[in-house]
Design a protein around this ligand. Structure first.
Ligand code: AP5
Length: 217
């Protein structure tokens, strides 16, 4: 199964992508996590990406597409994947179609998580993430078993640099301008599935899994 997660920053894409990956035994491919790891490791690509991420802007398309293509060519993506945070522009979406066409495969569904703006702001303020495995928590809605420690790998949880209010505003603006046109793009391809993301995490997950079990082509 090949899935794309769509939705504004804070909608719950990463949280749900992780669950979908477990449920369907496919890798979660998160461009945000790939960039954060590169920043952490201080690679040349990480240094470049950091400039954009810290100001809430999208990383340039040419950097992102190359990284995703390389990742999709790894053998674990042959049986499917869930893309979390990619594509984010029409250019990226078109390039993804070309990459998949070359491989003779196609996207099965695009999960569009709908959330209210106030919900999103509250989610950012309480978010804590694992620097090592990328798992995402919320101090109120999805707390780790032990405060400040990742359930999955036992490493320390941190607040993301780009979760500061001013940066969040810029990220939401970037979403509106550059990413939201993808809704029409995937609607026209009959792939878009709207999901109410305002409900609790497990309820949102159930809606997604139910629809994917019925929708997979
Ligand atoms: P990225 O990491 O992809 O960030 P994002 O899209 O802005 O999304 P978030 O990770 O903030 O939110 P999410 O929807 O995954 O929500 P989450 O599940 O964590 O990208 C970061 C940056 O990298 C970008 O700004 C850009 O610079 C760059 N980048 C990445 N990809 C790129 C691309 N393709 N092109 C160009 N640049 C790119 O949930 C949020 C919080 O809410 C958590 O605390 C969670 O526990 C909680 N929560 C989740 N669901 C619920 C629920 N149902 N109820 C209550 N709480 C919930």
């Amino acid at each position: 199964m090949r899935i794309i997660m769509l939705g504004p920053p804070g909608a719950g894409k990463g949280t749900q992508a992780r669950k979908i990956a477990e449920e369907f035994h496919i890798p979660q491919i998160s461009t945000g996590d790939i960039f954060r790891r590169a920043v952490e490791e201080n690679t040349a690509m990480g240094k470049k990406a950091k400039e954009y991420m810290d100001s809430g802007m999208l990383v340039p398309d040419d950097i992102v597409v190359g990284i995703v293509e390389e990742r999709l060519n790894k053998p674990d993506a042959d049986a499917g994947f869930v893309l979390d945070g990619f594509p984010r522009t029409l250019y990226q979406a078109e390039r993804l179609e070309q990459i998949l066409e070359k491989k003779g495969v196609h996207i099965d569904a695009v999960i569009n998580i709908l959330v209210q703006r106030e919900t999103v702001i509250e989610r950012f303020t309480g978010r804590r993430v694992c620097q090592v495995c990328g798992a995402s928590y919320h101090i109120k809605y999805n707390p780790p078993k032990k405060p400040g420690v990742c359930d999955a790998c036992g490493n320390k949880l941190i607040t993301r640099h780009d979760d500061e209010l001013e940066t969040v505003k810029k990220r939401l603006e970037e979403y509106e301008q550059k990413t939201s046109p993808l809704i029409e793009f995937y609607k026209s391809r009959h792939l878009l599935i709207d999901i109410d993301g305002n409900k609790p995490i497990d309820e949102v997950n159930k809606s997604i899994v139910d629809v994917l079990r019925g929708e997979t082509k």
